[in-house]
Every structure is written in structure tokens, then in C-alpha cells.
Design a protein around this ligand. Structure first.
Ligand code: SF4
Length: 488
């Protein structure tokens, strides 16, 4: 589920995963489980949350802006969502606005009965499909790309809901992990390349699904396995589980940035511990780009595992040279550069007694616009650091993501604007290095990137998108036509 929005985090300088999803079936407390699961996925979306439940006869939905705890921690809220099956969603707000009509799960009464869907990802031909549907008379309630799936299901001529869903998904391109509730049961599915994550677990007789395995840990559930790329898992109320692979077996391309930044370090993604992979990225960085230094300092929190890996590999002591405040209120709209910089200082503070007079290797997970990196380097110098060597636990982020991650427009990405040395000058570090693409792949257990058939989606680093981007191509064609008209 995606659209763009005009601002980022309080720095305007971090990428944001846009959604997390959770579903439970055959659970006496399905909505309470879903609320707890969503709470563990809160890092994937913090601006709105929703849960839909089904009691065997009726669907119930409650959605609200803000955190999961603000909307679903009371007995009353859960009591509004009865039944043995539920699905939930957390999200960031997006262009179509943060209005409730875009908050998921989305629900529709179809000829076959109720249909509720929670979506993580982004459909890269949604605008094109939407235009065709509107021309055929469809009336959309939201501006979300997810609603396109509902209309395609509604207009499919296949007899069963699952066949209609498969028919609809054959028409969409891009990234989707979905949890769908119908009167027959729950369907969980992943796009053919498995770009966004989805895992399956169980607790007692209940089968559950979540964007990340950490949600299972929090509710005391057991992970069964990942939902395979291109797989639809249908769980019925009698407990029968059916797996379908209607899209053949294309080679998976999961998002490598889940390992770098989005997933919680205590999750398992693509069969690997995210924490271990992040540590290994730090080790690869130390091998590829050593520095003469006294301390390895992470930019907290996301730079911590890579900094541990860098320190262990290099033998340079790891220290918390930056302390993060956990009580900074979110201030989303930061119109001026000055306001953004004050946000950095409220969130991070140099541990002066530690860094004074020392040569520091700073480790962060990524550089997006570069504003935060520049301020953090400046902060270390103000605290008396003798040298600041910046090491980045991802490759240069130079391309937009069309698969459900919020990225500033390309002209704002530092790595799209500059080569390495100008970037170093911009952030004012003594040296700057990124882990190589092959180093990233080695960290996830591969020999390196297979250039003929990459094992992951890494398009934000390489510009090689694993699916067609129909909406983008159409927009470019339209822009080209407009400029041609102007010249003519
Ligand atoms: S473009 Fe980057 S962030 Fe987006 S899915 Fe691919 S690897 Fe992930």
C-alpha cells in the first residue's frame, strides 16, 4: 500500500517502510492477538492502524490514526472486534492523505460476500489499472493502490473468491504481501518475486501471519515458515491449509533493504537473522574500508549491529559515543533546514567525555539526503573528536523505490547528486566509504551479486528494477509528449 508524502521523519532524512500486516484465524482472541502483533510491527508504520475481524456472520472494522496502543489497547476497542479471525495493518500516511478512508484493512461487500484486505507493498501499475477500471464504471472510495485489487476481484468472472483473487493478481505488477479475510477463511499471499516479507506461524490451534517473525515472538507463537514468493496460503475455519503457486516459480527477489534497515534486528528475513546479517555487513565494511581510529561509534539505533561487526572485525573498541534520546516527540513537518538540524540534536547527543581527542569511525545504516549525516559529523567535532571517518552499512542509495518504501524524490538523494568525494565534502567527514554491493551480498551469505540474475531486489542501489514499472513509463511518455507539444 503506497502513495507518497511530503515529509519524512523528524530529520526528513530516513527511509520509511510503509506498512506492516498481521492476521490470525481460528483464534478465540483473534483481535487481541492481532493488536499485540501489530504493536511488534509498529516500526513499519506509525501513523495509522486498523483491524478487521469476522465472527462467522459479520465483519467488524476499527481504524484510527496514531499508534497501535492509542487505538487498540483497551478492552472496549477489542470488544468491538469479535470473532475467530482478524487482520490488521499499520501504515505511514501517504499522498492520498492520512485520511481514514486510506487506512487499512480496506473492506468491500462483494457478490461473494465480505472481502477485507491488508497490504504491504506497492503496485507499480496501480494508476494504469485504476484508469481502466474507472473508464469501465468503477467508483473508488480511497486513493490507495490496494483498492485496485478489490475492484479487480469484484469484476473477475471466476467462480470462487480464491480464483478471483488469483485472476486479479495476474493483472498487477510490483510488490504485495496481502492478508485477505473472506467468509470462507483467511488467504495470505506474496508477490511472485517475494519483494516484501510475510511469515506464517502458529499458536495453539490458530494459524497466524505477519510481516516479520518478531510479531510471533511477542505473542509467544511459533514460526512455521516464510510464505513463499508467489504462494497463496488459504486457511479455512475447519483448519484445512491449502497452498497454491499460480504464478509459476520465478526466481525470488526479496528486498535487500529489509536486511539493511527496515526489519527489526530480532526478526528472521529470507532465512537469515537480521541482526547477524547487519553485524556481517559491518565486518565486510571493516575489511573493505579500514580506518586508523581509536573508537567505533554507531549512529543509534540502526547503526549498532553493523558497528559491532566493524569493531569485532577491526579490533577497534566499540563505544556508545552518541546517546539517543528515546523521548523526542515526533515533529513531522520541518519546513526549514534549521528546524531539521535542531531535530537531529534533540534526538542524538555526543558522549563528550568519550569522544574528546579520539579518532572516531562512525557507522550508520544509510545516507539518504545527507543532512543528518552532516549534522552528526559536526556534532562529533564539536564534542572534540580528532578525526571522523564515516562508514555506511549499505551501498549508495541513488534510486527511488517503487515497491512500498518511502524515498525522497531522486533529485534529493545525496548519492544520486554526487560522487563519493563530493559526498565526503558535503558531510564534512575525514573519510567516507560505503559497503560494496558484493559486500552486502556476502553479508547475506552469497558469494557476491549474481549480475545475470540478482538474488535480491537492490534497485535503490543499482537502478535495476525487478518488475516493469508501467505507471512510471506512462508518466514519462506523457511528460515527453508534453515537452514535444511545447516545442511544436
Ligand atoms: S528498491 Fe530498494 S527499498 Fe525498494 S524493494 Fe528494492 S531493495 Fe527494497
Amino acid at each position: 500500500m503506497n502513495v507518497t508524502h511530503p515529509f519524512f521523519d523528524e530529520h526528513g532524512d530516513k527511509l520509511r517502510e510503509e506498512c506492516g500486516i498481521f492476521g490470525a484465524i481460528n483464534a478465540s482472541d483473534a483481535s487481541a492477538l492481532t493488536a499485540l502483533g501489530l504493536h511488534a510491527l509498529q516500526h513499519r508504520g506509525q501513523e495509522a492502524a486498523g483491524i478487521t475481524s469476522f465472527d462467522g456472520k459479520e465483519f467488524f472494522t476499527r481504524r484510527g490514526t496514531g499508534h497501535v496502543a492509542e487505538n487498540f489497547s483497551s478492552q472496549e476497542a477489542i470488544a468491538e472486534l469479535p470473532g475467530h479471525m482478524a487482520a490488521g495493518h499499520v501504515r505511514y500516511s501517504t499522498t492520498g492523505g492520512s485520511g481514514l478512508r486510506n487506512v487499512q484493512p480496506l473492506y468491500a461487500d462483494l457478490a461473494s460476500g465480505g472481502f477485507a484486505v491488508a497490504h504491504n507493498g506497492n503496485i507499480s501499475n496501480a494508476l494504469t489499472l485504476r484508469k481502466e477500471l474507472v473508464e469501465r464504471g468503477a467508483i473508488f472510495q480511497s486513493t490507495s493502490d490496494t483498492e485496485v485489487i478489490i475492484h479487480l476481484v469484484a469484476t473477475s468472472r471466476y467462480p470462487t473468491t480464491i480464483d478471483r483473487l488469483v485472476d486479479a493478481l495476474r493483472m498487477v505488477e510490483g510488490a504485495y504481501s496481502l492478508i485477505v479475510l473472506t467468509p470462507e477463511g483467511l488467504i495470505a499471499c506474496r508477490d511472485p518475486l517475494g519483494i516484501r516479507p510475510l511469515v506464517m506461524g502458529k499458536i495453539g490451534d490458530s494459524i497466524i501471519f505477519a510481516s516479520e517473525s518478531v510479531a510471533f515472538d511477542v505473542i509467544g507463537a511459533e514460526m512455521i515458515r516464510e510464505v513463499n514468493p508467489g504462494e497463496l496460503v488459504h486457511v479455512a475455519f475447519n483448519g484445512k491449509i491449502e497452498s497454491l503457486r499460480p504464478f509459476g516459480n520465478p526466481k525470488p527477489r526479496p528486498c535487500i533493504f529489509e536486511h539493511v534497515y527496515f526489519s527489526r534486528p530480532d526478526s528472521i528475513f529470507a532465512g537469515k537473522s537480521v541482526y547477524s546479517v547487519r553485524k556481517e555487513i559491518g565486518a565486510q565494511l571493516a575489511i573493505e574500508s579500514p580506518a586508523e581510529a581509536d573508537l567505533v561509534v554507531p549512529v543509534p539505533d540502526s547503526g549498532v549491529p553493523a558497528a559491532i561487526g566493524y569493531a569485532q572485525q577491526s579490533g577497534i573498541p566499540f563505544e556508545l559515543g552518541i546517546i539517543r534520546s528515546h523521548y523526542v516527540g515526533r515533529t513531522f513537518i520541518q519546513p526549514s533546514d534549521g528546524a531539521r538540524h535542531s531535530g537531529v540534536k534533540r534526538k542524538h547527543n555526543a558522549n563528550r567525555s568519550l569522544v574528546e581527542g579520539k579518532r572516531i569511525v562512525l557507522i550508520d545504516d544509510s545516507i539518504v539526503r545527507g543532512t543528518t549525516s552532516m549534522k552528526i559529523v559536526e556534532m562529533m567535532r564539536e564534542a572534540g573528536a580528532a578525526e571522523v571517518h564515516f562508514r555506511v552499512a549499505s551501498a549508495p542509495f541513488a534510486h527511488s523505490c517503487f515497491y512500498g518504501v518511502d524515498v525522497p524524490e531522486r533529485t534529493k538523494l545525496l548519492a544520486a547528486r554526487m560522487e563519493l568525494e563530493p559526498m565526503r565534502q558535503f558531510i564534512k567527514a575525514d573519510s567516507l566509504a560505503f559497503v560494496s554491493i558484493d559486500g552486502l551480498y556476502r553479508a547475506v551469505g552469497a558469494q557476491g551479486r549474481n549480475a545475470d540474475s540478482p538474488q535480491f531486489c537492490d534497485a535503490c542501489f543499482t537502478g535495476e528494477y525487478p518488475t516493469s514499472l508501467t505507471d512510471l513509463a506512462q508518466r514519462k511518455a506523457k511528460d515527453a509528449q508534453l515537452s514535444f507539444d511545447k516545442v511544436a
